[in-house]
Design a protein around this ligand. Structure first.
Ligand code: ADP
Length: 361
């Protein structure tokens, strides 16, 4: 019987002396008269690894695979370092900004550049937050100074006049007492307005919504102003198209307050012989009321603030009486009605306040 190992020693296998190939055998039984008398084992080295070239080829492939794994790892590391930097630098910056904001540095902003949309959004929202906090801080400071100014003025007048009376400089007569009483009344009005505002802002105000026909409400309010209009010889033009429905869902008394505040402002800030237009229109499901005057207008720098508590334009502060709460109350009432208010104004030419309500049928 032939030993299968003999074949390995044959000439054309000499190259495989390192025996690194895979040697596969198959054995077949030899049968004679129904019984197995022997086996033939046929063996061979796995076909790809038959020669030195094959082995070299395998080695070079292995080397190639190793090198490409190494290269890929290197590239992956470089790319991930780059990408993580793209994330980590702006995120670190945003987190620094938020720390600054929480420490009261409201001027802190980030300008770091990024191509990642989400980071860009995060960056712009932290900047917007900074802007808003700065604005709120400004308003808070202004509110405190305005409240103290509003309270100090009538108190000073009262104190000076009373002292003058005590010292005998001013006579104590009805005229003087009426003037002093006016100051006390003004002071009382301010506190009342502040109180109304407090109710709105603490959301304790109760509102009774019903169907309100705005055309009827507006025309009756315009009529109520006839005396005030006559006093300044102001012409009021009320415009609306009849036959249309101008119903909204709201609280009649509160809405009345809105139009009264806006119309009193229009009259208050109008010059003698001015004009006021009240327009009521409906565009699809929107009811639009605009109140336009030809009055003194509002300075550009005052415009963003006029709806804030106690804010009064510089011009009006000195010459025209007011508390700076009228428009804040207007805005609060309209917010309760999911309505919006916008203002357009040009100094010296006049102002237009536009309110948009959602119509009901
Ligand atoms: P007040 O009228 O008591 O001062 P408001 O809250 O009603 O307070 O108005 C705030 C400020 O907005 C006013 O001080 C004034 O500067 C400005 N303003 C409001 N309405 C008008 C208007 N129709 N024309 C000019 N300025 C206006």
């Amino acid at each position: 019987m032939m030993d299968p190992n003999d074949i390995k020693g044959k000439e054309h296998f000499k190259a495989l002396s390192n025996k690194s190939g895979v040697y596969i055998t198959n054995s077949f039984p030899i049968k004679y008269n129904g019984s197995t008398v022997g086996y033939v084992e046929i063996g061979q080295y796995s076909s790809v690894l038959l020669s030195t070239e094959d082995i070299n080829f395998k080695l070079s492939i292995n080397k190639g695979i190793g090198a490409s794994i190494f290269l890929s790892l290197f590239i992956i590391i470089i790319i991930s370092l780059y990408i993580s930097k793209q994330f980590s630098v702006p995120i670190r910056e945003v987190s620094n900004i938020s720390v600054n904001l929480s420490n009261g540095d409201y001027n802190s902003r980030t300008s770091v550049k990024t191509d990642i949309l989400e980071i860009e959004k995060l960056k712009s929202s932290i900047n917007t937050l900074g802007e808003k906090l700065k604005h709120q801080d400004l308003l808070r400071k202004r509110l405190i100074s305005d409240i103290s100014h509003e309270i100090r003025t009538p108190l000073n007048i009262l104190q000076n006049n009373l002292e003058a009376m005590i010292d005998g400089i001013f006579p104590v007569n009805t005229e003087q007492l009426v003037a002093l009483n006016d100051e006390v009344i003004r002071f009382g009005k301010l506190l009342n307005n502040l109180n109304t505002l407090k109710k709105f802002e603490s959301e304790t105000i109760s509102i009774n919504k019903e169907k309100v026909p705005l055309n009827e409400l507006l025309s009756s309010i315009c009529d109520d102003f006839s005396i005030a209009l006559n006093e300044k010889n102001i012409e009021l033009i009320y415009n609306t198209k009849s036959g249309k429905s101008y119903n909204i869902f709201g609280d009649t008394d509160k809405l009345k307050q809105v139009f009264i505040n806006l119309l009193s402002n229009a009259i208050k800030f109008s010059n003698v012989s001015g004009k006021i237009w009240v327009n009521l229109t409906r565009v699809k499901e929107e009811i639009i009321v605009s109140i336009r005057d030809t009055g003194i207008g509002i300075q550009k720098e005052d415009l963003p603030f006029i709806f804030e508590r106690l804010y009064r334009g510089d011009k009006s502060r000195n010459k025209i009486e007011g508390s700076g709460l009228g428009l804040t109350i207007v805005k609060d009432i309209l917010t309760l009605h999911s309505a919006s208010i916008n203002v357009e104004s040009e100094e010296g030419r006049g102002s237009t306040f536009t309110i948009r309500f959602k119509a009901i049928n």
